[in-house]
Write a protein of this length. Structure first.
Length: 186
């Protein structure tokens, strides 16, 4: 008779152990650790994907010639060098017969968005490139001024003429007040 109760008692003890110890442990701390391991595995996968993308971009960058990289750095530098920019514009002006004066550099405010969001444009603080405005006056003939503007158009440095005011003269030498927007990477 006891032989029949021993298996039943063993089954009851096994059920008691399962619900009293194994099940709470498996659904409590073990489940939390599994979730943490899954989180770490996701982070490792993302890090591996990032590393692969970084290697891909590095190999693409290495495929670009040093001359082209230097031209790209000139077009959109990592910082703004106001003095070099003014010297470059002055050298261009001297070659074309225009005299520059009254340089005024202004960096836009961080929250300025030039009229808010337009199309897919980001607010100025979230853009990958930054800009500043350079106001300058020029004196010269119309032909010399056209040559100066053409030189800025074909220059490697990325800049936009965003404002122009021309003052009349009876001598044929005009005064031009210009506002340029100059860009660089953040």
């Amino acid at each position: 008779m006891t032989a029949r109760f021993i298996p039943i008692v063993g089954i009851l003890i096994a059920i008691g152990l399962f619900f009293g110890y194994i099940h709470p442990t498996y659904t409590g701390p073990v489940a939390e650790l599994r979730a943490q391991v899954d989180s770490y595995n996701t982070a490792l996968d993302a890090a591996q994907a990032f590393s692969e993308k970084e290697n891909e971009l590095l190999s693409e960058k290495n495929a670009i010639s040093n001359e082209d990289l230097a031209r790209l750095e000139t077009m959109l530098p990592n910082g703004v060098d106001n003095v070099q920019l003014i010297l470059d514009l002055d050298a261009l002006a001297n070659r074309t017969g225009v005299r520059l004066s009254n340089f005024d550099v202004a960096i836009p405010e961080e929250n300025e968005t030039e009229g808010g969001l337009v199309g897919n444009r980001l607010p100025l603080g979230e853009q990958p490139a930054d800009s500043l405005t350079l106001a300058v006056s020029a004196t010269g003939t119309y032909g010399a001024f056209r040559a100066f503007l053409e030189g800025t158009e074909y220059s490697l440095r990325l800049l936009d003429l965003v404002g122009l005011e021309v003052r009349d003269s009876a001598t044929g030498v005009y005064t031009y007040d210009m506002i340029f927007r100059i860009y660089w990477l953040r």
